[in-house]
Design a protein around this ligand. Sequence first.
Ligand code: MF3
Ligand code: CO
Ligand code: CO
Length: 254
Amino acid sequence: MIPIPEIDLPKMRRSCHTAAKILQYVGSHVRPGISTNELDRICEEYTVSLGATSACLGYHGYPKSVCISVNDCVCHGLPDDYVLQEGDIANIDVTCIVEGYYGDTSGMFTVGEVSSEALRLIDVAEKAMYKGIEAIGPGATTGDIGFAINKFVTKNGYTAVRDIGGHGIGRFFHGDPFVPSYGKKGKGTRLVPGTCITVEPMVNETDADVVESGIENSSIKIYHTADKCLSAQFEHTILITEEGCEILTVFEGE
Ligand code: MF3
Ligand code: CO
Ligand code: CO
């Protein structure tokens, strides 16, 4: 008998709801002229005001409260003095801890008016995430998710990032299983009802390599596209159920 990991669902729901609320709040401050450091400060202050803790701050030495990945940055963008410019696109990735549980969600934000190419990439990345989530029926595997994501992304002429992906989450930030954005139906890890994962495809305009750079005093890497093409990503934390799944990182106002 494989033991079902105990998860306090009301607590997990509260954490995920809080992460979604923080994401919406930080995103509402995106405008030309604001620096990513200012958005980080807004994130930290709002997180603390809700009685939550940033899961990013201090995680493997990561020095900020949020990841903000602008334009060609694939993920783990480190907030700094960069001032957002009209036409930029940015992924904001919020992870908080509430009552010992982790909620992890990200979305894309546009700075002023952006190109139609950028808007199409963002649209495909969001739909790719939902394709992955919709692939989680009874008895689904991580391969089913990856297959659905990759099929949709490829059909639209883009590339799904392979080396980085979703993860198990709960009373911990990153755990098994790895949730890839490519795969074969029925392969990978069978998803267990009552556990949580993230679905977080990163979608690039081209099939160029992804290059990594370091962060001082941290083992977290920042990823960019080697050819500087745009990259977009969305992320939800998902509860696996007997029937399929439920998206936990939702916030529709209170
Ligand atoms: N939120 C990211 C994820 O989706 C992880 C960020 S780790 C950090 O898994 F240290 F860079 F914040
Ligand atoms: Co995640
Ligand atoms: Co995240």
